[in-house]
Design a protein around this ligand. Structure first.
Ligand code: HEM
Length: 423
């Protein structure tokens, strides 16, 4: 049996079949009118018409999790202001300063297992990414209790992976799952507010973590985020970043593990560049195989396989009228698996990126686009690069024969996990 047969995601496969039959535009009904806009031109159309959508209407079910001032649920003009104040904390130069933390966290995770041992690589790196996320957000000071804070979050994250509509049902019925999540949110709020107050009391301390940038940031008018706004953005960054990046890491292991020849080439290159490790920021531009593997994973297994926009102002796409009140769905997965966009779309081929493939606009959109494009894309790709390079520098792995499915709604992840034998 092939150790890594292609995994299909039923929800988006259905949308793709529909697009193949009726073209890039189709209507549907899911408690309200839906329109599927599929393919590069459709993606570009969605990203170019931000002013016609209400992000609040599309994402408001997330408010109990992310908070009412989160960038994810904000509309203009607040959205642009909050986004501008969050962006510096996740800027490339800032992320470069987190590489050592990421590498150390990956090494600590790998130190818990022996060479030749079979582990669930998805779970192992999921825990490492959670720990590294907490350290990058809050600084080394919380390193010792990063796991405790992270674990307290689980009931909250358990809720984020659902469809917003399903989340609304849990809220209405006040289910045990909902109550656990709200208790977790209250615990996290208390922790984050405590950290904000600590930083605000002593703004001169040398702290480079994301939280310090959020607390200290000022826009052109000299105003910054309020205490509640900072709290909501911090929770949002965890909610938006942790599940997606861990899911991507699971698919990295699965996709690359299914290509032993590419895996061997990636191990050889990484060992040449990094030696025994640790991975540093200077190594990153020379890790061409790792970079290609990350890109190919985000193409074939984009964790955000679909996303939505709520129409507030009428639109016309290729002659189709889309009325206010319609929910638009676009799909990175459907686009990036289309034979019209990529050659051999269902094969895991990092080589296509090594050969310098440059996608055209709308063709490669794992982080979305337009005004709501992912704020954490550099953080995510850096985390994936550093985690994978650390594993490869320590001898790599082989994929165990297994059956993996794609699960989750807001974040497509490998289930039940990805079993690997450490090299
Ligand atoms: C592989 C990992 C990730 C993937 C695939 C991903 C994907 C996406 C996508 C597709 C969107 C846009 C959704 C839309 O069109 O509505 C988005 C938005 C966002 N992402 Fe990510 N993301 C990842 C990691 C991260 C990380 C690590 C962070 C933060 C540390 C982050 C923070 C955000 C935020 C704050 C937004 C909302 C931006 C806004 O509405 O203005 N993401 N992400």
């Amino acid at each position: 049996m092939n150790a890594a047969p292609l995994v299909r995601y039923p929800l988006t496969e259905w949308i793709m079949r529909r697009a193949r039959r009726v073209g890039p535009f189709a209507r549907g009904w899911l408690g309200q009118p839906y329109a599927y806009l599929i393919g590069p031109a459709a993606n570009e159309f969605v990203f170019a018409h931000d002013s016609h959508f209400s992000q609040y209407e599309a994402m408001k079910a997330l408010i109990p999790v992310d908070g009412p001032t989160s960038v994810v649920v904000s509309d203009p003009p607040e959205h642009a202001r909050r986004r501008a104040l969050v962006r510096p904390g996740l800027h490339r130069t800032q992320v470069a300063g987190y590489v050592d933390t990421m590498a150390r966290t990956a090494s600590e995770a790998l130190d818990t297992a022996r060479s030749g041992e079979v582990v669930d690589g998805y779970q192992m790196f999921r825990a490492a990414i959670r720990r590294s996320t907490m350290r990058c957000l809050f600084g080394e000071r919380i390193a010792d209790h990063a796991d405790a804070v992270g674990e307290a979050l689980d009931p909250l994250l358990d809720l984020v992976v659902m469809m917003p509509q399903a989340l609304g049902v849990h809220r209405k019925l006040n289910t045990p799952r909902w109550r656990r999540a709200m208790a977790a949110r209250a615990k996290l709020d208390a922790f984050v507010l405590g950290e904000i107050d600590r930083l605000a009391a002593d703004p001169n301390q040398e702290e480079s973590q994301v939280l310090a940038v959020l607390v200290g940031g000022r826009d052109g008018t000299g105003s910054g985020l309020t205490r509640d706004e900072v709290r909501d953005q911090v929770v949002t960054l965890i909610a938006a970043g942790y599940e997606t990046t861990s899911a991507a890491m699971g698919w990295v292991l699965y996709g690359l593990g299914g290509r032993p020849d590419a895996l061997a080439a990636a191990v050889a290159e990484t060992r040449e560049v990094v030696g025994e490790g640790p991975v540093t920021v200077e190594h990153l531009p020379r890790l061409r195989w790792v970079d290609a593997v990350v890109n190919e994973t985000l193409r074939l297994y984009p964790p955000a396989s679909i996303s939505a926009r709520a129409v507030k102002q009428e639109l016309i796409f290729e002659g189709h009228r889309i009325k206010p009140g319609t929910m638009i769905v676009y799909s990175p997965y459907a686009t990036q698996r289309s034979p019209e966009v990529f050659d051999d779309p269902e094969e895991f081929k990092p080589e296509r990126w090594l050969a310098g493939h440059k996608p055209r606009p709308g063709e490669f959109v794992p982080f979305g686009g337009g005004a709501h494009r992912c704020l954490g894309s550099v953080m995510a790709t850096t985390e994936l690069t550093v985690m994978l390079a650390t594993l490869l520098a320590r001898g790599g792995y082989t994929l165990e024969p297994q059956r993996v499915r794609a699960a989750g709604v807001t974040s497509m992840r490998p289930q039940p996990g990805v079993r690997i034998r450490l090299g």
